[in-house]
Design a binder for this molecule. Sequence first.
Ligand code: AMP
Length: 282
Amino acid sequence: MELIRIPRIMQDTCRKHLQKGRTIGLVPTMGALHEGHLSLIRRSRSENDVTAVSIFVNPAQFGPSEDLSRYPRDIEGDTKKIGELEADVLFLPDDRAMYPAGFCTFLDVEKISEKLCGAFRPGHFRGVATVVSKLFNITLPTRAYFGQKDFQQTVVIRRLAKDLNFGTEVVVCPTIREHDGLAMSSRNAYLTAEQRKAATALFRCLTAASQEMLSGTRTAETVREMMQDILAAEPLIAPVEYAGVYDPQTLDPAAEIKGEVLLAVAVRLGNARLIDNMLVNT
Ligand code: AMP
């Protein structure tokens, strides 16, 4: 596996692969890799000639009071995992390589960036859209792989890729979960044993809401209340930022439950902010 730290070298390398007629799959990550990330790498390996994994803890997507400085980092462990999966290139730029002095171009995917997580993390999706655009320009991917776990991120990136004619296919992969349903996340490392137990309420609330809808409930407010009640029963979860039924395209709250709907939840639990979601065909 090739390790590249310089954007220009990464771009030259990827261009050469494309010139040889190879397809490139990109898996953008912030590292501290777990099975969720690894599932994206495996998928890319199965669908492309070349798989590039990027690890970059993007400062532009963290708010001033967020966890940038304590975000888990494990470059050694990550490199080993990526090597074992036989990815071809690891792109590991530092902050200065991605945001050199004088950097002042940012991308704003309007409307959808302000909903759900965007309302609680101002500027987050601006940072995501900017870094993903840079990574697309640097690695020129045929396909790029993202997890459904960050559902809003996939909506923002799909929009971005379309609006800016990137020509990259955005592939969304299923959420990988722990044995008790908790969605894998690098941020789960922040949880104490007690908080880790309470965290199962997210999956429980999504499952109960999904079952409720599949057994015929058509009023979004009833389902939303049920989700809120399940989360409220865990005193360690506070506050619930949002929990409810949404339109998977616009991310607006759904009034009526019809066709495919998104169940989504974001909570604070100790030092962690946890999110999860489920798409349900009603
Ligand atoms: P992150 O390192 O948290 O920025 O995540 C990098 C990519 O991995 C994103 O596309 C995430 O949506 C995806 N991802 C994170 N957790 C999971 C998971 N549990 N299952 C599937 N994909 C995930």
